[in-house]
Design a protein around this ligand. Structure first.
Ligand SMILES: Cc1cc2nc3c(=O)[nH]c(=O)nc-3n(C[C@H](O)[C@H](O)[C@H](O)COP(=O)(O)OP(=O)(O)OC[C@H]3O[C@@H](n4cnc5c(N)ncnc54)[C@H](O)[C@@H]3O)c2cc1C
Length: 505
């Protein structure tokens, strides 16, 4: 058996949990005895099979193979089947002061669902995955929060309903987790993010055990402020979402195309001109893949014919035939004017699907091209005009740090991901420092530490820098009002005292 790589043991090793000692926690959370009592009451209140204390599962559910922040295993995993089950779990959590972390698709990237050191209840919502009603005439759908976005779209397609849900984060992500992180994806350039009105109404269980609905099904409402939004990007710290009404969009015919550019600066200026033209509304997605990413796709062996290894834009153009034709002509002209070459459409629907999959599976391609390496994915976002500077400076920085990386970006939104590879602990430390510099670079360019992946554990030290103490304090006040015992996903999102002043490496 090969030796365990050093970075796995030092960075994935759970912190010692107080749950395993008999001391009462000084943090105000339940002692190890309280955790035991909570587990026993959970077992007697729920059905057989809903409560899981298998040590391997507790460890797996308490950390993610896609993030390298400190993590602890959970004390217990609970699999609710209904909103009533969630209420029972929340009440037991409160009775014994045991923190509770919602877990769903487990695709988040910043340590969002890691366990809490005094012992936590992992609430695995992925089994609550039923689509409850489709209201085709009103273009909306009601589902449980564990439903995957891909299943929503597949179900609509199978039923021949020409509607779709346009938020498209990682493969396997679920509606509850997408609300948790305030996600978006490749479609955001046309349809906006989770913070647009794609979630009309949510059913949430609050830390006091109360069940609320934030709205009715009407498309718009000005009845008070937007309590649905309170939960979007809250990372499970304010409520557990159990049901959601989604707004749907009409499904339009789509063509996929790509073009190569001499550098990122030329590519971004072409995108700005295209989006600001009268044809901008036909652009569903525009994605940037840098030269390294294109060679990783080729090296991963996932394509029949290798792509040119230059900075490349992938487009999805939508509309009826005439709209797509006109838009394509304009895009082609603009691409050419900005030094782009080889603007080409996928010849068939299958080829279009394959072309797009190469973008969607960028992480897998980066890893497949470097067998044995691991990858730290990070996400920042800046005003679109600042993106070339951010990409240029970041590539130079990574080169100087001798780090291998690929870059992909939702370029129409100025959203940029660096996928930085490493093989050992020393390289992991260098990656962590490079990510820190990248985040500060983005904030200095009037951007954000996260465009779509959320804060979790990994980005909370940057919030004061980005938003200011007053805004962060407002978030803390809301949290304290709703969850005074700090039981819902503690340790995530809100900077704690030690990180109030953002650190600098
Ligand atoms: C290959 C890959 C590609 C990705 N691409 C994108 C992308 O393009 N755009 C993007 O935005 N993200 C992307 N992501 C990140 C990820 O897919 C998103 O963050 C997604 O929204 C997480 O959903 P999830 O169901 O996996 O949530 P989880 O990881 O299970 O949880 C995320 C957070 O939500 C909370 N939560 C989960 N369920 C509930 C609930 N029912 N009620 C309250 N809180 C809850 C959790 O406690 C946690 O804080 C990518 C990830 C991968 C691995």
């Amino acid at each position: 058996m090969p030796p365990t790589p050093r970075y796995i043991s030092s960075h994935f090793e759970p912190h010692t949990t107080q749950a395993s000692s008999s001391k009462t926690s000084s943090s105000g959370y339940g002692s190890s005895n309280d955790v035991k009592k909570a587990i026993s009451e959970l077992s007697s209140s729920l059905e057989h099979g809903q409560v899981d204390t298998d040590p391997d599962n507790l460890r797996t559910f308490g950390s993610s193979e896609n993030s390298y922040h400190p993590a602890s295993p959970h004390a217990v995993i609970v699999r609710p089947k209904s909103t009533d089950d969630v209420v029972k779990v929340v009440n037991i959590s409160r009775k014994y002061r045991v923190p509770i972390t919602a877990y769903s698709g487990a695709t988040s990237l910043e340590g969002h669902f890691s366990g809490f050191p005094t012992g936590s209840i992992c609430l695995d919502m992925s089994g609550m995955d039923q689509i409850l009603h489709i209201n085709e005439a009103d273009s909306d759908l009601i589902c449980q929060s564990g439903t995957r976005w891909e299943d929503v779209n597949q179900t609509l397609a199978q039923k021949g309903i020409p509607l779709f849900f346009p938020l498209d984060p990682g493969p396997g992500a679920t509606i509850g987790g997408m609300i948790g992180t305030g996600c978006s994806g490749t479609n955001a350039v046309r349809y906006g993010t989770a913070k647009a009105e794609w979630f009309l109404n949510v059913t949430a269980v609050l830390p006091n055990g109360e069940v609320i609905k934030t709205r009715r099904r009407a498309r718009k409402s000005s009845a008070g402020f937007d309590t649905t939004k309170l939960f979007i990007g809250a990372e499970g710290t304010l409520g557990i979402i159990t049901e959601v009404t989604l707004r749907l969009a009409p499904l339009l015919p789509t063509k996929v195309a790509m073009a190569q550019f001499p550098d990122v600066h030329h590519a971004v200026s072409a995108v700005q001109e295209i989006l600001n033209s009268p044809y901008g509304a036909h652009i569903q997605c525009v994605e940037l893949l840098d030269d390294n990413m294109m060679s990783a796709i080729n090296a991963a062996g996932l394509v029949d014919k290798p792509f040119p290894t230059e900075d490349t834009l992938f487009f999805k153009i939508q509309g009826d035939d005439a709209g797509v034709r006109l838009t394509s002509d304009v895009v082609k002209q603009i691409v050419r004017r900005h030094g782009g070459s080889k603007f080409a459409f996928a010849a068939t629907d299958r080829a279009a699907e394959e072309m797009w999959e190469n973008r969607k599976y960028a992480l897998m391609s980066s890893l497949a091209a470097h067998p044995g390496s691991r990858c730290w994915t990070t996400d920042v976002c800046v005003p679109v005009s600042r993106l070339p500077q951010l990409v240029y400076e970041t590539k130079e920085d990574l080169k100087q740090a001798a780090l291998r990386s690929t870059i992909v970006g939702h370029v129409g939104d100025g959203n940029f991901h660096a996928l930085i590879l490493f093989d050992n602990d020393d390289e992991l430390d260098a990656v962590s420092a490079a990510v820190h510099r990248l985040v500060h670079r983005a904030i200095a360019l009037d951007g954000t530490c996260t465009g779509e992946h959320g804060v979790g554990v990994g980005k909370k030290e940057y919030l004061v820098d980005e938003l200011g103490e007053g805004t962060v304090e407002l978030m803390r006040s809301i949290k304290k009002a709703i969850d005074p015992l700090n039981l819902f996903n503690p340790g995530k999102l809100y900077p704690d005292d030690s990180s109030k002043d953002s650190k600098s490496h």
